[in-house]
Design a binder for this molecule. Sequence first.
Ligand code: ADE
Length: 220
Amino acid sequence: MKITILTLFPDMFSGFLSESIIKRAIERRCVDIEIINFRKYSTLNNHQVDDTPYGGGAGMVLRLEPLVSAIRAVKTPDSRVILLTPAGKKYDQEKARLLSTCKHLILVCGHYEGFDERILHYVDEEISIGDYVLTGGEIPAMAISDSVIRLLDGVIKKESFENDSFYDGLLDYPQYTKPAVFEGHEVPQVLLSGDHQNVDKWREEAALLKTKERRKDLLE
Ligand code: ADE
């Protein structure tokens, strides 16, 4: 898979690309990530990318021309172009799974200002990572890339994400590690028993209970 990120702040991605599982996924060629500063597609003096809103009002609006030129420069018939905006459809694990089957994702990040609404003619969909407003689409682009990349073949063991929260529509079961007692808080006995059938049964029930208690909406 290839992921192209269009942004005005490419340096925000350096830590994301150079650490841990994402770094390894790139080294193993499970994913190719391209970060492009779309400012270079502005044909205005000093590469201006925004302008004042028609109709007046506070703030600036991202101009169409650099964004559309950047999208056109990187788009292929295999690309899915995604605009990151709090007005988009809310992102979830099901969507991550869907996107992980795409050949090429183009993630378009705004910053500070809004997009000219006509950008919607040039993208396939709008995604929000939640009902809160960030200063730009860079963190959403990292969140989406991260959640997609970990599902790609060869990135993490399949068993690892089969136990994920949301994998089967439920939250993950509770996990414990040594010591068996910490400041009086004990690990459930069944997990120390070595009886794998009982452990599996307990985990299934515990995942269901946890989901019922915290996220009833997932069961509906
Ligand atoms: N840009 C700013 N806030 C955002 C959000 N919640 N989701 C996606 N893009 C954004």
